[in-house]
Design a protein. Sequence first.
Length: 116
Amino acid sequence: QVQLVESGGGLVQAGGSLRLSCEASRTIMFRDNSMGWYRQAPGKQRELVAVINNGGSTNYGDSVKGRFTISGDSARNTVHLQMNSLEPEDTAVYYCKAELFRTTYWGQGTQVTVSS
């Protein structure tokens, strides 16, 4: 079992920045495993924000490309999401996701609210 603990959410004005972090209870980033962020706004489906794998390859949702950056740490159990130029449309609950040996784990989510 893997526990994921998210931090860094909050309220920010449009154009501002936030940094989210997700720490796993064990090393994730090795072999074919990955960690990433998804988000879900009220009344909408959960969508990809960004994901990073052990080799450092990244993938971003179209709506955040050029504004958000995902990174991992050397301990291979934490990922960060730097969010810049935030827009009201970025308001959502952000969930950390880990893929470990093809088993998916989710964090409890952290609220990000962007005011106009």
